[in-house]
Design a protein around this ligand. Structure first.
Ligand SMILES: C[S@@+](CC[C@H](N)C(=O)[O-])C[C@H]1O[C@@H](n2cnc3c(N)ncnc32)[C@H](O)[C@@H]1O
Length: 240
């Protein structure tokens, strides 16, 4: 009897998890794109559930990011399997804004900075919530680069930038659309914002759709390398 009741509890939990996952996908497919009364409280509850159940690209605390960097969870980003989306970001930046000042929001352990170092930049600032991710960068930064351990939702950089990049980072903010809008004020006139996202997640796809609908898109590239796909979008400095 105890076996069958624990079996049915496990089955109910599995069905519940599947239903919640399907509801989340449906929500990002439709509800996320529209405005309705009580939207904030619905999304706050959704993010609490996503965070509690570790649903991938959702906000995490600094402690959790530090722990992940400490155990090498993100080391794979410097491998050849991830080469394509970094190359497209650097390609957009150098094509549209050669020799630019670059602000890398959610810079992690500096993989994008390494890729930019090959082509050059005028000034480079990285900000990441994880102290563990940026500490070695802080010790070794070249003269025109600096790296800050700070929550980018409230970070205020010095000056303005020609290129602001959110590389695999925008989905980790509680309110990605507000963070994107906030960083527009740190763009130089004619500057660009580049957002790259791994698009396997419904949250990432919904965020990109909203950003592309509400902002001026210069160009976008869909990237597939191996079994993984990303979308990389270059935005202009004016909201539509
Ligand atoms: C998937 S990793 C990508 C890292 C980096 N862009 C790269 O390509 O190597 C996401 C990064 O976003 C950072 N991040 C998440 N929330 C953040 C926040 N509120 N402020 C600043 N950085 C944040 C994480 O610490 C992490 O380094």
């Amino acid at each position: 009897m105890s076996v069958s009741s624990s079996g049915s509890r496990a089955l109910a939990a599995r069905v519940g998890r599947r239903a919640a996952t399907a509801a989340r996908s449906a929500y990002y497919g439709t509800g996320y794109r529209v405005r309705y009364p009580g939207k904030k409280s619905v999304e706050d509850r959704l993010h609490r559930w996503e965070t509690a159940t570790g649903r991938g690209d959702v906000p995490l605390s600094q402690t959790m990011w530090d722990e992940q960097y400490g155990r090498g969870r993100w080391s794979f980003l410097s491998g050849i399997e991830e080469m394509a989306h970094y190359a497209v970001i650097v390609g957009y930046a150098t094509f549209l804004k050669p020799d630019s000042s670059v602000l890398d929001v959610g810079c992690g352990a500096g993989v994008l900075h390494e890729r930019f170092s090959v082509v050059g930049y005028r000034r480079y600032t990285g900000v990441d919530i994880s102290q563990v991710a940026v500490e070695s960068l802080q010790d070794t930064a070249p003269p025109h680069a600096s790296f800050h351990a700070f929550d980018a939702a409230t970070f205020t950089p010095e000056g303005r930038y020609d290129v602001i990049v959110f590389n695999e980072s925008i989905t980790y903010f509680a309110d990605p659309l507000a963070v994107f809008a906030r960083y527009q004020q740190f763009l130089s006139p004619g500057g660009i914002v580049i957002v790259s996202c791994h698009v396997q997640s419904p949250r990432a796809r919904a965020i990109l759709r909203r950003l592309e609908r509400e902002n001026a898109v210069i160009d976008a590239t869909d990237i597939t390398q191996g079994r993984t796909s990303w979308r990389c979008v270059a935005f202009g400095d004016q909201a539509r």
